[in-house]
Ligand binder design. Sequence first.
Ligand SMILES: Nc1nc2c(ncn2[C@@H]2O[C@H](COP(=O)(O)OP(=O)(O)OP(=O)(O)O)[C@@H](O)[C@H]2O)c(=O)[nH]1
Ligand SMILES: [Mg+2]
Length: 300
Amino acid sequence: MIEFEKIYKGVAEGDYLLLAKAVSQIENNTAEAAVLLQSLLPQSSPIIGITGPPGAGKSTLINALITTWVNEGKKVAVLSVDPSSPFHQGAILGDRIRMKDWYLHPQVYIRSLASRGHLGGLNMAMLSMTTLMQSAGFDYILVETVGVGQSEVEIASLADTTVVVLVPEAGDEVQMMKSGLMEIANVFVVNKSDRPNAQVFVNHLKQMIAENTSSQLAPAVVSTIATEREGISDLLKAIEAHQLAMQDGLQKKEMYFNKVVQLIMASKMNQVDIEKVKTSLALECTKANFNVFKFAQTFY
Ligand SMILES: Nc1nc2c(ncn2[C@@H]2O[C@H](COP(=O)(O)OP(=O)(O)OP(=O)(O)O)[C@@H](O)[C@H]2O)c(=O)[nH]1
Ligand SMILES: [Mg+2]
């Protein structure tokens, strides 16, 4: 059983061994993890989701943000979700290399998580881990996800501030935004602004935002060249402005509500033996009088 006080002390001293062990327990959804999570103290350090299509520059931006915060004496935790696809191996290796300066830094904790294989679900694991990082004394928690599917959108919705990273030639991404990213973005970053037509895209994006959101909730649009650290201070300002705007309490309440709903769903699902559902379904669904509602109810 890992005691929270010991994790906290370790983090304060830049020793992340116990924290890493706790993270593994959360991944495996152990009984110890459940006890640990219930002993956490409330904390309000911001959770910032960084999402967007593959290769948009999320990790490079995170690298730049870490540099700024570490220089200010802050502690930063980074959780990144590996898409678990063989096609992404290169990108993951790239991540490691880009963030390599930080892997052994006492103010920085970085952990990659597979997008599959979490007992209780990735969302549940992510929610638990980010809350653990908050309580353990990190000043900023960054969560990198590749924004290509609904699950990434859901993970992003667990963040206090969600940054959606796009690139100037993002024709398809505009479609993608329509399918959910538009609703979750608090800040849009148009990265790789060194590319031609970046300004045209920024204008197009602003127009889309104006058409789709009320001005009060309109997400900010920031241009960056992450590799040159250009626009990073604007991005920081936009994140801070959103954090401030959240303090009216309403958004915070809605976020807690989302989290509680996710926890309830996860715990209800934990009571269901999915393998049993599968084997039983294989038998039942071929029967002439099979009814999906009746069948599901046997597991309620
Ligand atoms: N020209 C240019 N290249 C950039 C910029 N930002 C990042 N890159 C490059 O784009 C590539 C991908 O950057 P990453 O930071 O790994 O992108 P990512 O979004 O984290 O990628 P995944 O995690 O694989 O989805 C790298 O080769 C970066 O050097 C930029 O502002 N301009
Ligand atoms: Mg990355």
